[in-house]
Write a protein that binds this ligand. Structure first.
Ligand SMILES: C[S@@+](CC[C@H](N)C(=O)[O-])C[C@H]1O[C@@H](n2cnc3c(N)ncnc32)[C@H](O)[C@@H]1O
Length: 238
């Protein structure tokens, strides 16, 4: 089944839902070590792999996406694990959200800032960072110009296979771009983890390569019990 207005309808309609069940690794590591509780926002939540993990960690989560099919799958997934009460889905454009200051204890944006034009991504970034509480966690993942779907170097020279959903990515981040946003003083963040890397994706369509930047940060002045990923010295027996 296809739905021309939603490029993600079919990937989210599959029995094996695109992007799988497992939350983004850095989000999972943070929730595992630090835990959750409070209010969370999942922007471009898709079919909800991060939403459900946030809810399971104790957050009340608002999941926002353009894809009705994705949001329906989130509700199904949350209900299946008894977390329906912790998840609210909202169909809409992340660019049109008004995000009240100091409201969310966690904001996750796994590959959505790269699905909107660069100028809009910058505006949304400012809204997101202002919307974090003093103990808030922020996770952002974006495709970079290393991605073979990018029209810029080095991705455009790559011969590696491109994602079936690459057409939806319109704003490939340049090297260090996300890092520079995170460390500007107005962002009021403390960076826990930043990485730029290539990764193979086997979770949807023919296997393909990505270029990604990932950022895990907390509000400046917040010092949760974060031990790294992997934890530098895990507790014995864990
Ligand atoms: C690559 S998927 C990632 C989904 C999910 N975050 C994950 O990692 O599993 C990108 C998602 O962003 C959503 N999206 C793209 N542009 C959007 C916009 N302007 N407002 C809301 N959602 C958007 C798409 O519908 C899609 O579900």
């Amino acid at each position: 089944m296809t739905q021309p207005s939603d490029p993600f309808f079919e990937p989210y309609d599959r029995d094996e839902i695109a992007y799988g069940d497992a939350p983004t690794a850095a989000v999972a590591a943070f929730l595992d070590q630090v835990g959750g509780g409070g209010r969370a926002l999942d922007l471009g939540a898709g079919a909800g792999r991060d939403t459900v993990a946030l809810a399971a960690a104790g957050y009340d989560v608002t999941a926002v996406d353009l894809s009705r099919r994705g949001l329906d799958r989130i509700q199904e997934r949350a209900a299946a694990v008894g977390l329906a009460d912790r998840v609210v889905t909202k169909q809409g454009d992340v660019r049109e959200l008004s995000l009240p200051a100091k409201t969310y204890d966690a904001i996750v944006a796994t590959t959505v800032l790269d699905h909107i034009p660069a100028a809009d991504a910058s505006v949304l970034w400012d809204k997101m960072t202002r919307a974090l509480t003093d103990r808030g966690m922020l996770f952002v993942e974006v495709h970079t110009t290393e991605d073979p779907g990018s029209d810029q170097s080095p991705g455009r020279e790559s011969q590696a296979p491109v994602s079936e959903t690459a057409g939806a990515v319109i704003n490939y981040f340049k090297p260090n771009q996300l890092a520079s946003w995170a460390v500007q003083s107005e962002s009021q963040l403390r960076v826990l983890r930043y990485e730029e890397r290539q990764e193979w994706d086997y979770t949807h369509g023919p296997e393909h390569l990505h270029g990604k930047a990932i950022l895990l940060a907390v509000h400046a002045g917040s010092f949760p019990a974060w031990h790294g990923q992997p934890a530098a010295f895990p507790r014995s027996g864990t």
